[in-house]
Design a protein around this ligand. Structure first.
Ligand code: GCU
Length: 435
């Protein structure tokens, strides 16, 4: 059966999001999201501090064991199992010591991974503050449309891999064109970031895994096809796990870069790449700060609220993002052995920031906030102050009033689904004594 599922007002990576054509025999009718708070049915969340044998975790020393259980459940039921790290070979391709009006050193660095006789090269774009006298902390995030979309400078290379079609001549036949140069500069305020003494590292996400369902032959999955056969079919890694694996390999490189303090790297992502940032932060404890911008379903939003985008809908529109097992929970969210507050809990006691936007009901702002609230007890058990205050707030804060006193930060920005300057200003402030 051929169906057209639409969410026409949503933007994807800052651009009006394409309508998604899907082939579905199981999703029999047009999907209508619930946006009515009164229609959210009562639900019971799995307790991050009760282990699978029913014992309460009351001692921080017992958290590692419980953490291992939760991580395993997310691998098995949601994102899939990723392989062990492979070495990263770095080649500096270009250096500009006078980038961003003289404020930054900009390098393009090829990171090549090899396995099973195949290789994959990720093109890292790395900005470091020009006047830095010592290695600096760094924000690392994948970008949606190519490194060349951060700046108009014609010397930045276009991606040579598949890109998602965009209007306005920015792409042709799934290839990036010069017309895309600088078109995402608002989402990546490089000058602001380097002015405050941070590095910015970014890679086009399609370098790691092109974002379409090809049966996992291309991108990073292609390097591990034999290995994948050793993993139970339902638990093999999806694209989000692939992108997160790529982020960890970039971090491997950043830990060797002389201009970056590799112990102080924040991972940041918007939307599907926000889901990816959370999973990267959960699986790789080397990320010191984790930032989820409008990540929604399969990211920071609680699945059991069934508000906005649901498990069934995301699995139907994007069957390659999660593992096969996750599809068993289409319309059966209550059967999931985990929910997304536990994804945030996996990051504890490291700092995490979740941001929502008022017009982004598809991503369920309240569900994203509540995930933070329900992760808070784990943060407090581990000796941090969670969302801050003596007890965590349990009411969604008013728009544009960040909660940023604790180890978990949250804001609800006025406006649409996007990564904006307002969001970056909050992340930079939050990072000040946490990164
Ligand atoms: C779609 C999808 C979301 C996702 C978003 C994006 O809207 O339904 O889950 O976050 O695309 O990544 O832009």
């Amino acid at each position: 059966m051929h169906r057209l599922l639409t969410n026409p007002l949503r933007t994807c990576g800052g651009v009006l999001f394409c309508m998604t054509t899907i082939h579905s025999a199981t999703w029999g009718q047009q999907f209508t999201p619930n946006y009515d708070e009164a229609a959210v049915a009562a639900y019971k969340l799995p307790d991050p501090l009760v282990n699978q044998t029913g014992l309460s975790v009351t001692d921080p020393a017992d958290w590692q064991q419980r953490r291992g259980e939760i991580l395993g459940l997310f691998q098995e039921h949601v994102y899939g199992v990723a392989p062990d790290p492979v070495p990263v070979h770095a080649t500096v391709v270009s250096t500009n010591n006078d980038a961003v009006d003289g404020k930054a050193i900009r390098r393009e660095i090829d990171l090549t991974l090899e396995n099973e006789g195949k290789s994959l090269t990720l093109s890292l774009l790395l900005y470091t503050p020009a006047g830095a006298t010592q290695p600096v902390p760094c924000f690392l995030g994948l970008n949606f449309h190519g490194n060349h979309t951060l700046e108009t400078d014609p010397s930045i290379r276009l991606p040579n891999t598949w890109v998602r079609s965009q209007p306005g001549g920015i792409t042709e036949d799934h290839r990036a064109t010069d017309a895309g140069r600088g078109t995402r500069s608002k989402s990546w305020p490089v000058d602001l970031i380097v002015d405050q003494g941070y590095a910015l590292a970014t890679v086009y996400y399609g370098d790691i895994d092109p974002d379409f369902d090809d049966g996992f032959e291309n991108g990073i999955h292609g390097l591990f096809q034999h290995w994948a056969k050793s993993i139970e079919l339902n638990q093999r890694w999806g694209s989000i796990a692939g992108w997160a694996y790529g982020l960890s390999r970039v971090l491997d490189y950043l830990q060797t870069d002389p201009l970056v303090d590799g112990q102080r790297v924040a991972v940041v992502g918007h939307s599907r790449l926000g889901k990816t940032a959370l999973w990267a932060g959960a699986t790789d404890p080397r990320f010191k700060l984790v930032i989820s911008n409008n990540s929604g379903s399969g990211g920071a939003a609680l699945s059991r609220r069934v508000f906005g985008e649901t498990v069934g809908r995301i699995n139907t529109s994007f069957p390659h993002w999660f593992n096969q097992q996750f599809k068993r929970y289409n319309k059966q969210e209550g059967d999931l052995p985990v929910d997304q507050h536990q994804l945030i809990a996996l990051i504890a006691p490291r700092a995490v920031y979740v941001a929502s936007a008022t017009e982004d009901r598809w991503a369920d702002p309240r569900g994203e906030f509540l995930a933070c609230v329900h992760a808070d007890p784990v943060y407090r058990l581990l000796g941090t102050n969670g969302l801050g205050g003596a007890v965590p707030p349990n009411e969604l804060p008013p728009p544009d009033r960040p909660i940023a006193q604790g180890t978990i930060g949250y804001h609800l920005r006025t406006g649409p689904h996007a990564l904006t300057q307002f969001d970056w200003l909050q992340y930079l402030r939050f990072a000040q004594d946490r990164l």
